[in-house]
Write a protein that binds this ligand. Structure first.
Ligand code: DGL
Length: 274
């Protein structure tokens, strides 16, 4: 069995943890939410980079065999530094603009992500690799993350703000929408209410977890997964929050589809880190 660290600025990465528990339920997980500092998307590159590195070092020190940076913003700003300093495999997430370009019928694709992600060199370098027959309508989802963090993903307030952000995407005639922030899959119902059922939503969590699985198989063949492998169906999940661990636990139960009762679940508050 492996211990996997999953980190996000807050509850967004629960969308990745949910998929990880579906594909890889037998492993142990630490989910780390930096909710005291969310949202990251409107902070400086330097701050995001330094904080993300400290949190990933914390997960590596806690014994994680692999770390998922389950945050598009932290991946865009920090993954290079994290990989340079943390010795375990580090998997990142990025907006699925490539699959979106492949799946779009009319070549008009909306991208909803944080301001930091959309401005980042990493995102723009990825964009530059795509064929220019596709038009990307980029929209920063300012204000959405705090609403999701406050448990208001399905509220009127969220619906109103989301409607404003989606307007340019809708007006352009997009047939595909990239959910470029791990918080946004939790807005799926609200997005469907506003845009209907025909628009294709692109969420990369499945692909990210497949990548995690490949990394774990490599670690396995190099060493330890086999020791005691498959003796149990469900591992433990430990939730760590920099703000309030009980709220995090409650939100995990509310937002995730996975049956957390079949895992050994615990939580704690993040102490001071370097
Ligand atoms: N969940 C995040 C992402 O994927 C971060 C959002 C934020 O904190 O602004 O970008």
């Amino acid at each position: 069995m492996s211990l996997i660290g999953v980190f996000d600025s807050g509850v967004g990465g629960l969308s990745i943890l949910d998929e990880a528990l579906r594909q890889l339920p037998q492993h142990d997980y630490i989910y780390l939410a930096d909710s005291a500092n969310a949202p990251y998307g409107e902070k400086s590159s330097e701050w995001i980079s330094a904080r993300s590195l400290s949190l990933c070092k914390y997960l590596a020190d806690a014994g994680c065999d692999a770390i998922v940076v389950a945050c598009n913003t932290a991946t865009a700003e920090a993954i290079k530094h994290i990989r340079a300093e943390v010795l375990v495999p580090v998997i990142g997430v990025e907006p699925g603009i490539k699959p979106a370009a492949m799946q779009s019928g009319n070549g008009i694709v909306g991208v909803l992500a944080t301001e930091a992600t959309l401005k980042s060199d990493k995102f723009n370098a990825l964009l530059a690799t795509l064929p220019n027959h596709c038009r990307f309508i980029k929209q920063a989802g300012a204000g959405l993350v705090p609403l999701i963090e406050a448990g208001k993903a399905d509220s009127e307030e969220t619906l109103e703000l989301l409607a404003k952000h989606l307007e340019p995407i809708q007006d352009a005639g997009s047939d595909t929408l990239v959910l470029g922030c791990t918080h946004y899959p939790f807005l799926r119902n609200a997005i469907r209410k506003l845009l209907g059922d025909t628009i294709t939503l692109i969420d990369t969590s499945e692909a990210v977890v497949r990548q995690l699985k490949r990394q774990l198989e490599q670690i396995d063949s190099a060493s330890k997964l086999t020791k005691g492998a498959s003796l149990r169906d469900h591992g433990a999940v430990h939730f760590v929050s920099s703000k309030d661990e009980l709220t995090l636990l409650k939100m995990a139960q509310d937002l995730m589809q996975s049956d957390l009762d079949s895992h050994d679940v615990s939580s704690s508050l993040l102490g001071s880190i370097q």
